[in-house]
Write a protein of this length. Structure first.
Ligand SMILES: [Zn+2]
Ligand SMILES: [Zn+2]
Ligand SMILES: [Zn+2]
Ligand SMILES: [Zn+2]
Ligand SMILES: [Zn+2]
Ligand SMILES: [Zn+2]
Length: 445
């Protein structure tokens, strides 16, 4: 091969390499610039498949008659009922039950009127409307509509709801009545300073009374007020707080009140227990006579001012206007206080009286309520009783009661005057049973 042809070959090779490079570059350009378009094309193809499914779905939605729903969604096509049209308890489209917002037994969303078919704790289990308790069974006192236990409303000895008459215990209350109940009332002690009525120098003396508020006490409701006076040697704690002997054991009166209100023995009321500081025990003048002023000038106005009662304000006129809702009770020396500081001196402020195992001063009482400004005032209730073997007071109690009933024209036994002896002596088994008996009839509704 000559030198010239060698050069010619090299040129051909060079041209071949250049051509190859040119072609390779062009191919790279072509591929790289068209790849995105290719991937787009793949996506478009995929999309056209899925939009075909949507169309099917749409077609199903339109053709589906939504034959059944579960949780507001059609079980066939999956369509969800978002805007329920509630009518009479359920959505007319999907059947979802109405969430019900009741006002006076009618749902404000769907218009459903609750028929009150089941009751729970005195209210409709569905709509919460309280039962009006239109009547109750004479023996069980269960409401004829809702079945809840009611208390009898004794008015002149007959229940205005069932026509029944009160059942009084003549044996001491069973011990179970003093066992702790679920719903307890509260007892608050109020301390104060007063001047001694009987002392010549009107010296100051520190005193106190307890206030029992029933469980569920509600400021928006008016309550009857029962003031209970202890016996000789007692204090403001005797009736409610102290553990006192009860047969073989000891109990408190506070637990009895809890039981009575929970069992609906009577309407819940406020019970106030002052201390009288009896002269013959403390050596201090005043005692039950002190209570004439103290009940009128301090205790009653204080209670009306601080608690929800039937009196429109704490003035004596307002208390007087609501006197059928104020009662005074007491045992032994406290019973004397009921006559002395109640009947005889504050007859305008109390409509109801309860005297247990006490001396009565019956002639003073009878003449006081027969005469003067008292002559027109009605007596809501006068309850008395004693222990059947109470040598100390049984005879006095019965004779006094009979004398007062006979010597006034406003007391009729069995209507607004009740006398019940309880088997026992001069002790708490009798007094707590007296209290239970008396509280059934002291405040007519
Ligand atoms: Zn459907
Ligand atoms: Zn619906
Ligand atoms: Zn509704
Ligand atoms: Zn209802
Ligand atoms: Zn009822
Ligand atoms: Zn009744």
């Amino acid at each position: 091969m000559n030198k010239k042809s060698k050069r010619g070959n090299s040129l051909v090779w060079l041209l071949c390499i250049l051509l190859f490079l040119l072609l390779a570059g062009g191919a790279y350009y072509l591929i790289s610039s068209h790849l995105p378009a290719l991937s787009n094309h793949i996506e478009e193809a995929a999309q056209s498949v899925s939009s075909k499914n949507d169309d099917d779905q749409q077609a199903l939605l339109f053709s589906c008659k939504h034959p059944s729903f579960e949780n507001g969604a059609c079980t066939v096509c999956g369509w969800k009922c978002e805007e329920h049209e509630f009518n009479n308890g359920a959505c007319m489209i999907c059947g979802t039950p109405c969430p019900h917002e009741f006002h006076d037994g009618v749902c404000s969303i769907c218009g459903f009127k609750c028929p009150h078919e089941s009751w729970e704790d005195g209210a409709c289990a569905v709509c919460g409307t309280p039962c009006s308790h239109p009547g109750h069974d004479q023996e069980t006192a269960l409401c004829v509509v809702c079945g809840q236990k009611q208390y009898h409303h004794y008015d002149r000895g007959v229940c205005t709801d069932c026509g029944g008459t009160p059942v009084f215990y003549t044996d001491p209350l069973p011990l179970s009545f003093y066992e702790p109940v679920e719903h307890k009332g509260t007892i608050t002690k109020h301390e104060y300073t007063t001047t001694l009525w009987g002392a010549h120098d009107r010296s100051e003396i520190d005193k106190a009374f307890n206030v029992y508020l029933p469980y569920g006490y509600d400021e928006s409701q008016p309550y009857d007020v029962l003031i209970l006076i202890h016996g000789g040697g007692g204090s403001e704690d005797s009736w409610l707080v102290d553990l006192v002997p009860y047969g073989e054991t000891e109990v408190t009166g506070g637990s009895l009140l809890d039981y009575m209100f929970e069992q609906k023995v009577c309407k819940p009321c406020i019970v106030v227990t002052p201390v009288t500081n009896t002269r013959f025990l403390t050596g201090v003048e005043g005692g039950i006579y002190q209570m004439r002023e103290e009940l009128r000038d301090y205790i009653l106005p204080y209670i009306v001012e601080h608690y929800s009662t039937y009196a429109s304000d704490s003035s004596l006129d307002a208390i007087s206007a609501a006197r059928e809702h104020f009662g005074l009770g007491g045992l032994s020396n406290g019973a004397l206080c009921v006559f002395e500081a109640g009947f005889q001196y504050n007859f305008t402020l109390f409509g109801s009286y309860a005297a247990f195992s006490g001396d009565y001063e019956p002639w003073n009482t009878a003449s006081a309520i027969r005469n003067g400004e008292f002559a027109e005032l009605p007596i809501t209730c006068f309850f008395a009783g004693a222990g059947s073997i109470d040598d100390f007071q049984q005879q006095n109690s019965k004779i006094g009661f009979d004398y007062i009933v006979e010597n006034t024209d406003r007391l009729v036994e069995g209507e607004n005057a009740f006398y019940v002896d309880v088997a026992g002596g001069h002790d708490w088994t009798v007094w707590f049973t007296d209290l239970y008996n008396a509280m059934q009839v002291m405040f007519p509704d």
